[in-house]
Write a protein that binds this ligand. Structure first.
Ligand SMILES: [Zn+2]
Ligand SMILES: [Zn+2]
Ligand SMILES: [Zn+2]
Ligand SMILES: [Zn+2]
Length: 352
């Protein structure tokens, strides 16, 4: 089909779903931010009370202002990026002086939290339904997207021609077929999404037979994958085999003989260790009892020695007494001899 944007009555309305949806989400963010800015520091107004006013001003802004993106954004940025930049300009124009002043006093984080909170409230309670935002976002992108990179807008002269085109239009919305995903996108981005979709089933990276979701692959490979390498459960007794965990059972029944041998061998080794330990314990016990006994003997010896010494001292004392006595007696007899000698001398003198 020839591309023709100049003539024809009927136009293909397909667009890049992801781009438009991104802007539709950002519209809610923009309005939430505007509501917070409008009521910040005003004790008498809740942020949500400013919603209708903020929505009207935003729509007016999009209609009256020729959408020229800020100068730092160019055609290389996606239409949704340029749309977001323009929405930021709108927010900036709504920032109240009061808010600018008070935002210096109150932390920016706190304000961000409030915007986040309001955005969730608006979304959860459908205070600005998605369908409306989607339409606005689409028109907005259409106005920005001069190269038609995100909007089809091909024109056809009949509804039949249009219908024929729509079946092959690159912007035709498709739903990701990977089970559990449900992501809606334009057909031209299908392959791109499929290459990163977390729900995509892929053959196991470790080549087991299973098909595993991309987002679960790492977990599968390190936990339940039968090809995960493990040590043989008999490695403690010396089997050095490393094998896929799915083959452990097979290995164990095939190696039952050698595993039993290893177990016996290791039990024998343990017996040797146990008996040598028992020996050591016996020796230690013996050594302990000997040392206790020898201490007792030492004490006994000591008291014996003391008693003997006492006895010896006593006998020595009595002996000393006897000796002293004898000595006295000996002294007396020497005196008698002396006297005898003197007597003999006197007798001699007398005779002569
Ligand atoms: Zn089309
Ligand atoms: Zn998907
Ligand atoms: Zn696997
Ligand atoms: Zn083994």
């Amino acid at each position: 089909m020839e591309r023709n944007t100049e003539s024809g009555d009927v136009e293909c309305e397909y667009y890049d779903v992801e781009q438009v949806h991104a802007v539709a989400r950002y519209l809610l963010r923009t309005v939430a931010t505007a509501c917070i800015e409008k009521t910040y520091g005003d004790l008498f107004r809740s942020p949500v009370s400013a919603l209708d006013e903020a929505k009207k001003e935003l729509i007016d802004f999009l209609h009256t202002r020729p959408p020229s993106p800020p100068s730092d954004l160019n055609a290389t940025h996606s239409p949704s990026d340029r749309a977001k930049a323009l929405l930021d300009q709108f927010v900036h124009s709504k920032t109240k002086l009061l808010s600018r002043v008070s935002s210096k006093l109150v932390s920016a984080d706190k304000k961000e939290d409030k915007i986040e909170e309001l955005e969730q409230d608006l979304q959860h309670n459908e205070k600005w339904i998605f369908g409306q935002r989607e339409r606005i976002a689409k028109d907005f992108i259409k106005a920005l997207d001069s190269t038609r990179s995100s909007i089809c807008a091909l024109k056809f002269s009949s509804h039949e021609e249009l219908a024929e085109h729509k079946s092959i239009c690159p912007f035709k919305p498709i739903t990701c077929e990977n089970q559990g995903c449900g992501h809606v996108l334009s057909g031209l981005h299908g392959a791109e999404h499929d290459a990163v979709c977390g729900y995509k089933l892929l053959p196991c990276e470790q080549a087991c037979d299973a098909l595993i979701m991309r987002s679960q692959m790492d977990k599968h490979c390190i936990t339940t994958c039968p090809m995960k390498l493990v040590q043989c459960p008999f490695f403690h007794v010396g089997c050095g085999h490393t094998l896929p965990q799915g083959m452990v059972e097979e290995h164990c029944s095939a190696s039952m003989g050698s595993h039993l041998n290893s177990v016996l061998h290791s039990m024998q080794k343990q017996d040797v260790v146990v008996s040598s330990l028992t020996q050591r314990i016996l020796l230690l016990e013996k050594a302990l009892s000997i040392s206790q006994r020898s201490e007792a003997v030492d004490l006994g010896n000591l008291s014996l020695t003391v008693r003997q010494q006492d006895a010896k001292i006593k006998s020595l004392e009595s002996e000393a007494g006897k000796l002293r006595q004898e000595l006295k007696q000996a002294n007396m007899s020497s005196e008698v001899q002396k006297l005898r000698r003197e007597l003999q001398t006197l007798q001699k003198k007398f005779e002569s």
